[in-house]
Write a protein that binds this ligand. Structure first.
Ligand code: SF4
Length: 88
């Protein structure tokens, strides 16, 4: 299962450290707040992503499971009523 980074905008104080540690996924806006690339983190970057999250001075970052992209349903849909033919 792949993961993504989320930022809590209330906690973030625009230190900018996260963008220095993980420039592959985080850039800063003009005020120094992080802009997170929503692309799932590949396994090769996951350790660095965790280190970045732990390094945030205000603990504003967290890792979460990436959305699957199909809306989450099983694709089966609701059960359909069966048609019955009346004799006539
Ligand atoms: S390191 Fe933390 S506080 Fe600093 S910009 Fe990134 S998320 Fe915000």
């Amino acid at each position: 299962m792949s993961v993504q980074i989320d930022v809590d905008p209330i906690r973030c104080e625009a230190h900018g450290l996260c963008a220095e540690l993980l420039p592959e996924r985080i850039t800063l806006d003009e005020w120094g707040y992080p802009l997170i690339d929503p692309t799932p983190i590949p396994a090769s970057l996951e350790a660095l992503a965790r280190r970045t999250i732990n390094a945030c001075p205000t603990l504003a970052l967290r890792l979460r499971a990436a959305a699957s992209g199909n809306g989450g349903g099983d694709g089966a849909g609701p059960p359909r009523p069966s048609r019955t033919r009346t004799a006539g």
